[in-house]
Design a protein around this ligand. Structure first.
Ligand SMILES: *Cc1c(COP(=O)(O)O)cnc(C)c1O
Length: 226
């Protein structure tokens, strides 16, 4: 298991990378939230990162996230759900996640209808032509946004995306920024952008990302899927 010292070093490296990119973009790094993605890693790693001051954690599989959140109930953590959601499971995600980054279909949005306090969410945009990838097609972005806005129990933060393999990440994130402008023309408060991972968070910051989802640069390589 990765030592506290190694985790601290990696966190420091990512934090300075964030500060540097923010400075380059003329932005305040304190306005950028780093979600540390701990998928496939044991709860123990989350506990160590918590001792180093990390509070925002991301998971992409419901069963794993549910188990980890339960095991770490004693800590003050903010869980972000970042993976593809099945409408059958969507409602259960509300029980532990504070933020859902991956709304991409009517069925998932509809499954999240609630009279409970609203959960924060992002609409995920698919930047590829592959429908199997998570995210709504670009041409459906406004329509899905309207549906989220009309749904009780959802509070829209903005747009989320993953840069496609093989596209210059800066160009991909420029497309996300343009999509964000379109969403804000319908929902002015939905000004946040969830974009940027270990390999491309600097480019994401240059294009306005407010929520980074960073895994391996902090956690190290993921153990093989169980
Ligand atoms: C795994 C994952 C990440 C983090 O990826 P790294 O390359 O390990 O930083 C970010 N976003 C999503 C949607 C993921 O599934």
């Amino acid at each position: 298991m990765t030592s506290i010292e190694v985790l601290q070093d990696r966190l420091d490296a990512v934090r300075s990378g964030i500060s540097e990119a923010a400075r380059q973009a003329g932005r305040d790094p304190r306005a950028i939230t780093t979600v540390v993605v701990t998928k496939f890693h044991p709860a123990e790693l989350v506990r160590k990162l918590h001792t180093l001051g990390v509070r925002n954690f991301g998971e992409n599989r419901h069963q794993e996230a549910l188990a980890k959140a339960a095991e770490l109930r004693d800590l003050d953590l903010v869980w972000h759900f970042i993976g593809q959601l099945q409408s059958k499971k969507a409602r259960q995600v509300r029980s532990y996640a504070r933020v859902i980054h991956s709304l991409d279909r009517d069925s998932v949005v509809d499954a999240l209808v609630s009279t409970e306090p609203s959960i924060d969410c992002f609409v995920q945009l698919n930047l590829t032509d592959d429908a199997a990838r998570g995210g709504v097609r670009d041409s459906e972005l406004e329509r899905l946004t309207e549906r989220v806005l009309a749904t009780h129990g959802l509070s829209l933060l903005g747009v989320m995306a993953v840069a496609p393999v093989g596209e210059d990440p800066r160009a991909a994130f420029a497309r996300v920024r343009a999509a964000s402008q379109r969403v804000m023309s319908i929902a002015p408060a939905a000004r946040f952008i969830s974009a940027g991972m270990s390999g491309d968070y600097r480019e994401a910051i240059l294009e306005g990302a407010t929520h980074l989802r960073i895994g391996s640069a902090i956690t190290g390589n993921r153990p093989a899927a169980g």
